[in-house]
Design a binder for this molecule. Structure first.
Ligand code: PAF
Length: 282
């Protein structure tokens, strides 16, 4: 495995691989890697001859400076995990390398990016699209892998790829959970032991809501989730929306579409956690 820091080095390496006809898989990350990332890398390794993983904490997607400062940075441990999983190249550029000039491009994929995370984290998806589009142009992968935990991000990236004619395939990979159900996230490392127990209520509520939904209306299920989180100690609900899994727009009844997903964001202390669950479809 090679660790490269510059675009020039990365391009030189990947040109050779491409000329040799190698299929290139790409997993973009912000580091602080866990089993969820490892599952993306494993899938990429199984489906490609060369796998590139980027580790870059992208400042333009953080609308909260504190969140950016506190984001865990663990490149050494990340490289160990990536080497074990069969990664060929780790691309860990500096901020100056990616943004030699401020990125003034504006990405807008309304209505996909105006709801949920887009509403509560203004500018977030613009920053994600800025960095992911740059990374796609640098790596030029055949296939790129993203986790379904960031359900809205995945939908927006798919749309960006279509609108920008990127010649690559996007693969969404299932959420990886701890044995007790908590969705894996780099942010989990910031939870105290007490908060870790409290955070469990998020996934538990979502699982229970699937059973509940089988015999209740969408409105009742919405209320069930909101009330369960409100009653849980240490948790504060930011939003829970039951949406069409393709358009990400709220629906009014289970019959409105064939693909229904519940997306939730909850604060556990200062730590903002997201999760989602499928009620119907795909
Ligand atoms: O999902 C993430 O970790 C980030 O949003 C991504 C896609 C690596 C872009 O910085």
């Amino acid at each position: 495995m090679k660790l490269v820091h510059t675009i020039q080095e990365l391009r030189a390496e990947l040109d050779i691989q491409r000329k040799a006809g190698k299929k290139i898989g790409f997993v973009p990350t912000m580091g602080a890697l866990h089993e969820g990332h490892a599952s993306l890398v494993r899938r990429a390794v199984a489906e490609n001859e060369i796998v590139v993983v980027s580790v870059f904490v992208n400042p333009t997607q953080f609308n909260d400076k504190n969140d950016l400062l506190k984001y865990p940075r663990t490149l050494e441990a990340d490289c160990e995990l990536l080497e074990k999983e069969g990664t060929a190249y780790v691309f860990a550029p500096s901020v100056e390398e990616i943004y030699p000039e401020p990125d003034t491009r504006q990405f807008s994929y309304a209505p996909l990016d105006t709801v949920m995370e887009g509403k509560f984290r203004p500018g977030h998806f613009n920053g994600v699209c800025q960095v992911v589009s740059k990374l796609f142009m640098m790596v030029e992968p055949d296939v790129a892998y993203f986790g379904e935990k960031d359900f809205q991000q995945l939908a927006i990236i798919r749309e960006m790829v279509k609108q920008m004619n990127f010649p690559l395939q996007i693969v969404g990979c299932p959420i990886v959970r701890e044995a007790d159900g908590l969705a894996l996230s780099s942010r989990n490392a910031r939870l105290s032991d007490e908060q870790r127990k409290q955070a469990l209520e998020i996934s538990q509520t979502l699982f229970k809501s699937v059973e509940y939904a089988a015999s209740h209306t969408l409105e009742e299920t919405q209320k069930f989730v909101e009330e369960s989180i409100a009653a849980a100690e240490g948790l504060e609900l930011e939003y829970f929306e039951i949406v069409d899994g393709m358009t990400l727009q709220k629906i009014a009844s289970w019959e409105d579409t064939d693909y229904v997903v519940g997306c939730i964001t909850v604060f556990c202390g200062e730590v903002r956690l997201i999760d989602n669950i499928k009620y119907k479809g795909l």
